[in-house]
Ligand binder design. Structure first.
Ligand code: KIV
Length: 258
């Protein structure tokens, strides 16, 4: 296990793991200062491209955004989402994960699902590709139905079994999305590997959010999002000043001219 994975693993039961998304260099550079894990999430499909579903995100889009983010990530672990349909079979999962790792120089990939994709996960880990799991609400499978998970005995047992199965097969951490509080708590307690929550309560070992949501760059009313900043306000102040100074010929001055 390399150094950053060890640091993250050791945080379980000691201190919280902080994870945020970044889709490009400039945001990644800022995010990297405060987090343990930078995730190039396929949420970029809805945040940047207005796609109705993350299923529309392509491998090329993920690779290009990850290459840019890589330029800003210096100390954190960088994880890249494998987009929909790139890990439908064992062989396609291995081929595409190798391509992602080679082209983006990321540290790990994230795949959505448990038992259904366990053969893909096993093959990646056998080939020394670190994998982050993702259970609960799986946006690539949700088909627009964004509902919390862990509401029925069947769902609860499936989540508990999937979490154990992922751990047994070597994933280094699991994202728990929109899982009912007691179930997220139980999963976290049952595992030796860290859980990273999103809409899954304070009982997870860490927390992830989409950076554009928390800084108010992307407008959303999802329950788990807390808006920590209204960055649009600052952007607008700068842009308004620029437009005004150009129109009034206050800018550029001699200082800005050759
Ligand atoms: O795509 C993404 O950004 C994610 C996180 C929100 C967990 O998977």
């Amino acid at each position: 296990m390399n150094k950053i994975f060890k640091i993250i693993h050791k945080k379980k039961n000691k201190s919280k793991i902080v994870c945020l998304t970044a889709y490009s260099k400039n945001i990644a550079e800022e995010v990297d200062k405060y987090v343990d894990i930078v995730l190039v999430g396929d949420s970029l499909g809805s945040v940047l491209y207005n796609y109705s579903t993350t299923r529309k995100v392509t491998l090329t889009e993920m690779i290009n955004h990850s290459k840019s983010a890589r330029l800003g990530v210096k100390k954190s672990l960088m994880v890249v989402d494998m987009p929909f349909n790139t890990y439908a079979t064992k062989n396609s999962a291995l081929k595409n994960a190798k391509k992602i790792i080679k082209e983006t120089k990321c540290d790990a990939v994230k795949l959505e699902g448990g038992k259904k994709i366990i053969n893909q996960i096993k093959l990646l880990i056998k080939n020394k590709i670190p994998v982050m799991g993702h259970l609960g609400l799986l946006p690539q499978s949700a088909k627009g139905k964004f509902k919390s998970k862990g509401n029925t005995i069947k769902e609860i047992n499936q989540l508990l079994d999937d979490a154990k199965l992922l751990q047994k097969n070597g994933v280094f951490a699991i994202v728990l999305e929109c899982i009912k509080t007691p179930i997220a708590k139980k999963i976290t307690k049952n595992l030796n590997i860290p859980t990273i929550g999103i809409g899954s309560s304070v009982h997870c070992d860490g927390q992830v959010l989409v950076t554009d949501d928390l800084i108010g760059l992307n407008q959303t009313n999802i329950k788990f999002v807390k808006k920590f900043l209204n960055v649009k306000k600052y952007i607008n102040t700068g842009l308004r000043k620029f437009a005004s100074e150009v129109r009034s010929k206050k800018y550029p001055t001699k200082k800005h001219s050759y």
